[in-house]
Design a protein around this ligand. Structure first.
Ligand SMILES: Nc1nc2c(ncn2[C@@H]2O[C@H](COP(=O)(O)OP(=O)(O)OP(=O)(O)O)[C@@H](O)[C@H]2O)c(=O)[nH]1
Ligand SMILES: [Mg+2]
Length: 342
C-alpha cells in the first residue's frame, strides 16, 4: 500500500473563490485589440479553471487505492457517497469547461460585430465559471477530506503488524512509545489516545537477519457493542477489523477504579468474537509493579482459562513503563506469532 497521508500532502484542493481570484488577477487588461483581448480572457479562464482542478486525477487515484483500514477511518467522519458525488461534480465541470472552450473559441472567431464578440465572450466565461461554481461545496468537502487524510497515520500493510488494544488507561501508549523509542521516532502524545498511532520495532535475529514490525497503538475501548461505540472507539475498531496481525490485549491489574478486571475481560471476549476469528491474541497483565493482588490473581485466573481454551495464545506479565519489560514482551510476540514458533 502506498502512503496515503504522504500522497495527500501533495494534493491541494482550491476553494471556488480561490479559482475566481486567480482568474481575476491573471485577466488580460484592456489595451489590446478587442478580439485578442477577449480570446486571451477566454483562454485564461479556461487554463486556470483546468489547472486549479487538475488535482482531481491524483485524488481519484488516491481514493481508488485506499486500503479498507483507511476507508474505515474516513467513513467515521465522511460519507463515501458524498465523496464520489463531489469528485463527479468536479470531473463534470472540467468536461463542460473543455467543450465550452472549444465551442466558444469558434464562436468568437465567427462573431461579426463588436457587440456580438463581447456577448459571446462573456457568455463563454460565464458558462465555464458556472460549471465550477456548482461544485463550490464539493470542493470544500474534498478539501476537508484531503486535509483529513493528510493527518491519518502512515500504515504500511506490507509490514508485519501487532495491534495493541485494551480498555482506556491500561498502558497501551506507554508500551508502544517505550518500544519505539529504542528504534525509531514516534510522536509524543501524552494524553488519552484519540486516534491510531504507529510505532516501529526492529528485531535482530541471529545471523544478522532483521524483522521490522509495526506496532499499532489504538484508543481505549469500552465493553459495548460496535453500534454504541463513539467515533474514538470506532477508530480502534477500524484497526482491529481491517489490519492483519496478532492482537496484544493489555489488562490493567493495578485495581483500576474505572474498569474492573472482569469488565476488561468482557471487552476482550467482545474483541475475540468480533475481530479475532483466525488470529492470535496475547494478553499482557500490565502495571504489575503496582499490582492489586486481588485484581492480579483474578486476571491470572481468567487469562489462564482463556489460554487453556485456545482463545488466547499467550499470557504475560508486563511493566509497560519499563523499557526492558516492554521490549521483551514485543520480542516474544514477534517470535511467537510472526516466526510461527509457539
Ligand atoms: N505503575 C505503572 N503505571 C503505568 C504502566 N504503564 C502505564 N502506566 C500509567 O498508566 C497511565 C495510562 O497510560 P497510557 O499509556 O496513556 O494508557 P493508554 O492505554 O494508552 O490510555 P488511552 O489512550 O486513554 O486508552 C499513565 O499514567 C501511565 O504512566 C506500568 O507499567 N506501571
Ligand atoms: Mg493511549
Amino acid at each position: 500500500m502506498r502512503d496515503p497521508p504522504a500522497i495527500a500532502k501533495k494534493i491541494h484542493v482550491p476553494t471556488y473563490d480561490e479559482i475566481l481570484q486567480r482568474i481575476k488577477t491573471r485577466y488580460p487588461k484592456s489595451g489590446r485589440r478587442l478580439f485578442d483581448r477577449e480570446m486571451a480572457r477566454l483562454q485564461a479562464t479556461y487554463d486556470i479553471m483546468m489547472s486549479k482542478t487538475s488535482f482531481i486525477r491524483d485524488l481519484v487515484r488516491l481514493v481508488d487505492g485506499l486500503h479498507p483500514f483507511y476507508w474505515r477511518l474516513i467513513e467515521i467522519d465522511f460519507d463515501r457517497r458524498k465523496i464520489r458525488e463531489s469528485i463527479k461534480c468536479v470531473s463534470r465541470a472540467r468536461k463542460i469547461a473543455s467543450s465550452m472552450y472549444e465551442k466558444y473559441r469558434f464562436l468568437l472567431l465567427a462573431s461579426e460585430s463588436r457587440q456580438e464578440l463581447l456577448r459571446v465572450s462573456s457568455e463563454a466565461r460565464g458558462r465555464i465559471l458556472s460549471a465550477i461554481k456548482k461544485c463550490r461545496r464539493s470542493l470544500d468537502y474534498l478539501r476537508d477530506l484531503v486535509v483529513f487524510i493528510q493527518h491519518l497515520p502512515s500504515v504500511d500493510a506490507t509490514l508485519p503488524t501487532i495491534i495493541v488494544a485494551g480498555a482506556p488507561s491500561t498502558g497501551k501508549s506507554t508500551l508502544v512509545r517505550n518500544v519505539s523509542r529504542a528504534n525509531t521516532r514516534v510522536a509524543s502524545y501524552p494524553f488519552t489516545t484519540t486516534t491510531v498511532h504507529i510505532g516501529h520495532y526492529t528485531l535482530e535475529l541471529e545471523g544478522g537477519r532483521k524483522i521490522k514490525v509495526q506496532i499499532i497503538d489504538t484508543p481505549g475501548l469500552l465493553d459495548r457493542p460496535p453500534e454504541l461505540m463513539n467515533p474514538v472507539e470506532r477508530r480502534a475498531a477500524a484497526a482491529l477489523a481491517e489490519l492483519e496481525g496478532p492482537i496484544l490485549f493489555l489488562v490493567d491489574v493495578s485495581g483500576s477504579p474505572y474498569m474492573s478486571v472482569d469488565r476488561q475481560f468482557k471487552l476482550l471476549s467482545n474483541i475475540i468474537n468480533l475481530y479475532a476469528r483466525d488470529r492470535r491474541v496475547y494478553v499482557a497483565l500490565n502495571k504489575i509493579d503496582a499490582k492489586d493482588e486481588q485484581a492480579y490473581s483474578e486476571a491470572l485466573r481468567i487469562a489462564g482459562a482463556l489460554k487453556r481454551s485456545g482463545a488466547v495464545s499467550g499470557v504475560y506479565d508486563l511493566v509497560a513503563s519499563d523499557r526492558r519489560s516492554a521490549t521483551r514482551l514485543i520480542e516474544e510476540i514477534i517470535i511467537n506469532s510472526l516466526l510461527g514458533e509457539s
